[in-house]
Design a protein around this ligand. Structure first.
Ligand code: ZN
Ligand code: ZN
Length: 415
């Protein structure tokens, strides 16, 4: 079963009205797999109904990309098309909104020589840098939603027949994206309201340090003085509210680059470039990963950690309770958009400048480092949440506050 235009309508509405929160007269650029034409049509209709001026669609095909990665000469891999980068950059400068539909095969490039993927990735990153900067600092509205594919469904439900697996994945996407009720847009407004209350509470506490404890984990994380907690629905650079990820369940900030000490153990599988990594154990000294180990996929973990100097440090601290819909589904999605929202996580690599109160002044890696944040080409989330996790905060005033107990928020949503 490929998902039909009609079936995708609730998610399309969410993407347009909540995800990028489209303004009348605005352009929308949609980036999707060629196989996801039906979801893209649903998005186009929803966008025009919301007052879009013009919807531009950029289709990609992973199978075709794989042929290029395997067969192109090296100078071809290095030649990312300028005109394609310009399309994104010019639309962004002109005030367009951007929507990505995640679909396709999470293992599409498995087995391709990593150095060839690296060449093509670096060329794309360089060409797209001005666009990336605008999205990382939320100067342009953007969002991601997901559509099921046969390959992805097979990975998530390997024991089910193909049709059944895809139907089940679609059902899980709709449910965990909170698009299954009678009024998904209203459901998201109340969900974002709850996340904002949490975020405000964390910001008002003025936390100096977090202390994580669970089996295998005893970790202290200091936060920069100008850190701030971010959650969906934040205004950021735009002056109105968007939800960059659908689904999203997290409140997150950045750690002080040199302020992480102790040990931490992962609690869920991590999918990285088509490889599975399990049982990660890290030991930190003054922010730096001093020792690492994985029960499964240690070589893949080494690839992540040894990318550059910044991939030896953390860039994100995110809080997600174990009673989130994604966590309760018990499904491993093999996709960070979903899996990071199932669990408290940390990210190896780059920090988001939007997690600093003075993040608007960050124009380079040097600026970010100077403010205590981490810079890297990597940003890989790994999950550390469980029903055994306790988190305590020490505030700047020296007060001890319980943040998480047994994997959940220690206090109910205030108000
Ligand atoms: Zn996160
Ligand atoms: Zn992250």
């Amino acid at each position: 079963m490929a998902v039909s235009e009609d079936q995708f309508r609730p998610l399309a509405e969410l993407a347009v009205k909540v995800g990028v929160n489209l303004r009348p007269g605005q352009n929308l650029v949609v980036h999707a797999e060629a196989a996801d034409a039906a979801p893209v049509r649903a998005v186009s209709r929803a966008a025009y109904a919301a007052g879009a001026k013009r919807v531009h669609v950029i289709f990609r095909d992973e199978a075709c990309d794989r042929i290029t990665l395997e067969a192109a000469p090296e100078d071809g891999l290095r030649a990312f098309p300028r005109w394609l980068a310009d399309a994104f950059i010019r639309e962004a400068e002109g005030g367009a909104a951007f929507l990505s539909i995640f679909g396709g095969d999470p293992h599409a490039f498995a087995g391709v020589a990593p150095d060839r993927i690296g060449l093509a990735m670096r060329a794309a990153q360089e060409a797209m840098q001005p666009y990336r900067e605008m999205t990382m600092s939320h100067k342009v509205p953007w969002s991601i939603v997901a559509a099921p594919s046969p390959e992805w469904a097979k990975l998530v439900f390997p024991d089910l027949p193909a049709q059944e697996a895809e139907a089940k994945l679609w059902e899980a996407i709709v449910r965990t994206s909170r698009a299954d009720g009678p009024d998904p847009v209203a459901a998201w407004q109340s969900h974002m309201g709850n996340l904002q209350v949490r975020r405000n509470w964390l910001n008002d506490l003025a936390i100096e340090r977090l202390h994580y404890r669970s089996p295998g984990t005893d970790l202290r994380i200091e936060l920069p003085r100008t850190h701030r907690w971010v959650a969906a629905g934040q205004e950021r650079g735009l002056g109105y509210v968007t939800a960059p990820n659908i689904p999203t369940e997290e409140a997150f900030t950045l750690p002080l680059r040199t302020g992480v000490d102790g040990t931490v153990r992962s609690t869920k599988s991590l999918s990285f470039m088509g490889q599975q990594i399990d049982g990660i154990a890290l030991r930190f000294e003054a922010g730096r990963i001093a020792e690492f180990h994985a029960e499964v996929g240690e070589d893949a973990l080494r690839q992540v950690i040894e990318t550059d100097e910044g991939s030896r440090y953390l860039g994100e601290v995110a809080l997600v309770p174990v009673d989130s819909p994604i966590s309760q589904s018990g499904i491993l999605f093999h996709n960070t958009l979903f899996d990071e929202n199932a669990s408290c996580h940390l990210a190896i690599g780059a920090a988001y400048p939007t997690c600093l109160t003075d993040g608007r002044d960050v124009h380079s890696d040097e600026d970010l480092l100077a403010k205590g944040g981490n810079a890297s080409h990597m940003h890989v989330d790994f999950m550390i949440g469980s029903a055994e996790l306790d988190i305590d905060a020490t505030t700047r005033e020296g007060k001890e506050v319980a943040i998480f107990r047994r994997g959940k928020w220690a206090s109910p949503v205030p108000g």
